[in-house]
Ligand binder design. Sequence first.
Ligand SMILES: NC(=O)C1=CN([C@@H]2O[C@H](COP(=O)(O)OP(=O)(O)OC[C@H]3O[C@@H](n4cnc5c(N)ncnc54)[C@H](OP(=O)(O)O)[C@@H]3O)[C@@H](O)[C@H]2O)[C@@H](O)CC1
Ligand SMILES: Nc1ncnc2c1ncn2[C@@H]1O[C@H](COP(=O)(O)OP(=O)(O)O)[C@@H](O)[C@H]1O
Ligand SMILES: [K+]
Length: 457
Amino acid sequence: MIRIDGQPILDAAQMRAAEAQTIAAGTGAEALMARAGEQVAEQVRRLTAGAEVLVLCGPGNNGGDGYVAAAALRRAGHAARIAACASPTTAAASAARAAWMGPVEELGNAAPAPIVVDALFGIGLNRPLGAEICEPLRHLIGNARLSIAVDVPSGVSTDDGSSFAEVPAVDLTLALAAVKPAHVLQPSAARCGDIRLLDIGVEVSGPVRVASAPQLRPPSARDHKYSRGLVAVVAGRMPGAAALAATGAGRGGAGYVRLLGSATDRLPHAIVRQRFSAEALADERVGAVVIGPGLGRDDKARERLDLARASERPMVIDGDALHLLGEAPARVPTILTPHAGEFARLFGDLNGSKIERAIAAARRANAVVVFKGADTVIAAPDGRAIVHAHAPAWLATAGTGDVLAGVIGAQLAGGADVFTAAANGVWLHAEAARRAGPAFIADDLAAHLPAALGACL
Ligand SMILES: NC(=O)C1=CN([C@@H]2O[C@H](COP(=O)(O)OP(=O)(O)OC[C@H]3O[C@@H](n4cnc5c(N)ncnc54)[C@H](OP(=O)(O)O)[C@@H]3O)[C@@H](O)[C@H]2O)[C@@H](O)CC1
Ligand SMILES: Nc1ncnc2c1ncn2[C@@H]1O[C@H](COP(=O)(O)OP(=O)(O)O)[C@@H](O)[C@H]1O
Ligand SMILES: [K+]
């Protein structure tokens, strides 16, 4: 079983193309199914200490994997039953069914078992599931001690993570050959439980990946505060939000943070306060300008945004500044950090999965787009994307986005390119949240950034 961090994410068509290439190179569909099913059986056997396993098989190759897994479990002396919702419809699944010597129960009549393996539908599910399948599936998962999905949980839409059925989450999903969008995009990601990848010998690659821990460089003897990165945070109508961003930048690794505009009383002393001015932004040493948290949306805010853009410094544009942005593509290295509402306002006409929309938005804006949420997508105009799917939901509290803008600003000022800076910032932010534990407020979050950063050295 392979952890999914850093792995390529393939949609169903890309997965089928990779599978077809493997088949064209000489490994038959049945051989691939045998590898998939046997590996599933091996993982189930390791996890279940001999308890009875009920394998649910569908009509396609996902079901075929299930027949192979059940047979392999039986051969290993494990108690295994099969329940199916329909007869096999593919040659490989029919062959796997024929090799199963036991009975096949009707899905609707099957009694619960302590371990349930869901091999009903995989990447071939293309429409809502009927009640005759959903109801027994809900009942059997609900009554199992451990539930394991083969490839993807049945009832999710592989390519966009939407739901074709209301079914409870499983405990573990064993992704075959590659991670799919459904494993990382909501709401389906929440149905997958833990996710592990099984290598079945299909070569996969692509420009969209699961987030992985950054490899950060500690400062060297040659470094000084400017070489580590000077971040200018532009303040506005709500100084607290800018203070959160500035603190995020400081604790997120910047060598120097300046807050331009009105500040709160409780700003850390290390953050230097200055009046906002074009001259302050023109300092050649400014490596990143963070603008938006608490900026306001009035004329003064607009003027500050215009001056910040005119400074031609690399920029992180968040919050209120996103509301003031026009349609013109960015001319300097820029990172936009919209949440779902801001994204809809800016790019509401785009279609497709969250990954596809984030990439299209990045192209249109000529900027890296950090499309935030429980499934944050970081997308670049060249079509690369990273999905960060496992940030703690405790981040859903006011002001954490301001901290994120600051952390990304620190990474950018420290010399990372826009895509890497955004991805590193999102990782560090989520890792700090994990370390902060439950029910923190945004003010608490920055205190955990140094330890999060230390874990990436
Ligand atoms: N990736 C790899 O390299 C490998 C992948 N492998 C495995 O293959 C899996 C993909 O297999 P697959 O293409 O046969 O599709 P699958 O998910 O079994 O379902 C298709 C069937 O379901 C039916 N159906 C669809 N929607 C329905 C609905 N709502 N309600 C009822 N029926 C519905 C559909 O019928 P139809 O749409 O034709 O009417 C068709 O009969 C993949 O996830 C992985 O497990 C491994 O075996 C080996 C290597
Ligand atoms: N349910 C969730 N699970 C994980 N992360 C979340 C969740 N909800 C929000 N977040 C993260 O919390 C941050 C919230 O940012 P944002 O919406 O801009 O809030 P604010 O404007 O109050 O700072 C983002 O980094 C977002 O990805
Ligand atoms: K499945």
